[in-house]
Design a protein around this ligand. Structure first.
Ligand code: GLN
Length: 456
């Protein structure tokens, strides 16, 4: 713990941690030592980890990287971070992210972006660690913790994992309790581990998940010992390769990486099957209606009364001016855009045309997956991202669609509620990491991680 705390201080330039908690870390490390001495050490006893700023942590600033939650220190601990604490993990601090987890580059954070520890070989420009869990990815990749929590609404665990050469799994919707995690889009949000490798992901996922009476969407299914399922034996598994994920404009290197992954799984004894997920092309538009719709409703609670920031009022201002000024000051541009889009698609005149239509598309996307699983497919292999990490400031704020296209391979998984894992599988010609994604059947994270293990 001490050596990680020192490494964190030495790496301030990466801006991965937004709140450091050295006193808490040392206290918990001491408690872990005592448990180990007593022979009562749970799985993650004494392991130093980072927690994404989206998780409420008792008595510790939890701002979802937003100005509107300035000064907010929750009175409670999120279920997932509590479970990790119970498993003996030591929190080193809170990690940077896009504001309210809206973004793909960590650039919407009120703290400024985290920086990817990787650099291109031919040019030293700073790169994004991805988003929204960019601080988590940068911290794991730069050895500023052994592992970190992330959350994934449309790709926020898998894309930053791919950009930084680490492993990240978004479990099945309902595997982890969402209680105490600041809500973005409640029907899509899931927590998951971001780790050095698949084995660490299996160990940490087991500690994070399980039923919670405080989240009615959390599953009552028993939590398996995921690590014990890592046999590396995938003989006879059927791996689907969806033709709709072959997109124009994706660099040849990504196609090659995909082919290498196919070859590796085949060499390990898996059967490769061409499949079709015909509604894939509607996933991004549906996601960017549903996610903002839910966000606009979830973010209504930030009104200057209940949490965080409140604007200074002028003489004569009433409660309406208080709400308006507080929200205008407290929310960044991307969050404001989502609230406006969400409010629009939910408004009486447009609800059917946008929101209901997007929900119908979501059902079709889910059925696409159900159909291929019914044909005996065990997992689906795709690229995790359409490119390697891009330069900070490279995607213009004036063209949000360009940024949204980053999520093209990941959002289908959230819309269908399925587990998805991103595994680092190679480097591009500039020496930057690239990742492949495996999508699994619902509740079969153990099997999915085992297939990922064979790719590693
Ligand atoms: N990049 C996507 C978005 O901006 C996904 C974010 C996430 O998964 N939290 O909505």
């Amino acid at each position: 713990t001490e050596s990680f705390l020192k490494a964190i201080d030495d790496a301030d330039a990466l801006n991965a941690y937004v709140h450091k908690t050295p006193e808490i870390a040392l206290e918990r490390a001491k408690a872990a030592d005592a448990r180990i001495a007593e022979g009562d050490a749970p799985d993650m006893c004494g392991l130093p980890i980072g927690i994404k700023d989206l998780f409420c942590t008792k008595g510790v600033a939890s701002q979802a990287a937003s100005g509107i939650l300035e000064g907010f220190k929750p009175e409670y601990e999120s279920t997932v971070s509590q479970k990790l604490q119970d498993a003996g993990a030591v929190m080193l601090g809170k990690l940077n992210m896009d504001e309210f987890a809206m973004g793909s580059s960590n650039e919407t954070s009120v703290y400024g972006n985290a920086v990817n520890p990787w650099r291109r070989e031919d040019n030293d420009a700073a790169l994004t660690p991805g988003g929204s869990s960019g601080g988590s990815a940068a911290a794991v990749a730069a050895d500023l913790c052994l592992a970190a929590t992330g959350t994934d609404t449309g790709g926020s665990i898998r894309q930053p994992a791919a950009f930084t050469g680490i492993t990240g799994i978004k479990p099945t919707y309902g595997r982890c309790s969402r209680w105490g995690i600041v809500a973005f889009a409640s029907s899509l949000d899931q927590a998951g581990p971001m780790t050095k490798d698949v084995r660490d992901a299996a160990i940490m996922l087991e500690a994070m998940c399980g039923h919670d009476a405080k989240d009615s969407t959390s599953s009552e299914l028993a939590v398996p010992n995921f690590e014990a399922m890592l046999t590396g034996d995938i003989r006879g598994k059927k791996i689907g390769i969806p033709k709709e994920y072959r997109l124009d404009g994706v660099p040849a290197e990504i196609d090659k990486l995909w082919q290498d992954g196919i070859d590796m799984l085949k060499a390990a004894g898996a059967e490769i099957v061409d499949i079709s997920l015909p509604h894939t092309k509607y996933a991004l538009p549906a996601y960017y209606v549903i996610a903002p719709a839910e966000a606009s409703s979830n973010l209504a609670r930030y009104d200057g009364v209940r949490y965080g920031h409140r604007a200074t009022l002028a003489a004569g201002d009433g409660i309406t001016e208080m709400y308006e000024k507080t929200r205008a000051e407290g929310f960044g541009h991307e969050v404001q855009r989502r609230v406006m889009v969400g409010t629009y698609v939910l408004s009486a005149g447009f609800y059917d045309a946008y929101y209901n239509r997007a929900r119908r598309v979501r059902t079709l996307i889910k059925q696409d997956f159900e159909n291929v699983f019914a044909q005996g497919i065990d997992a689906i292999l795709t690229p995790a991202t359409p490119s390697a990490a891009f330069g900070l400031g490279e995607m213009s704020e004036a063209d949000p669609i360009q940024m949204y296209l980053n999520d093209v391979f990941t959002v289908t998984v959230n819309l269908a509620g399925l587990p998805g894992v991103s595994v680092p599988t190679g480097l591009d010609s500039q020496g930057l990491p690239l990742g492949l994604q495996l999508i699994g059947r619902p509740w079969e994270e153990g099997d999915l991680l085992n297939t990922a293990y064979a790719l590693e």
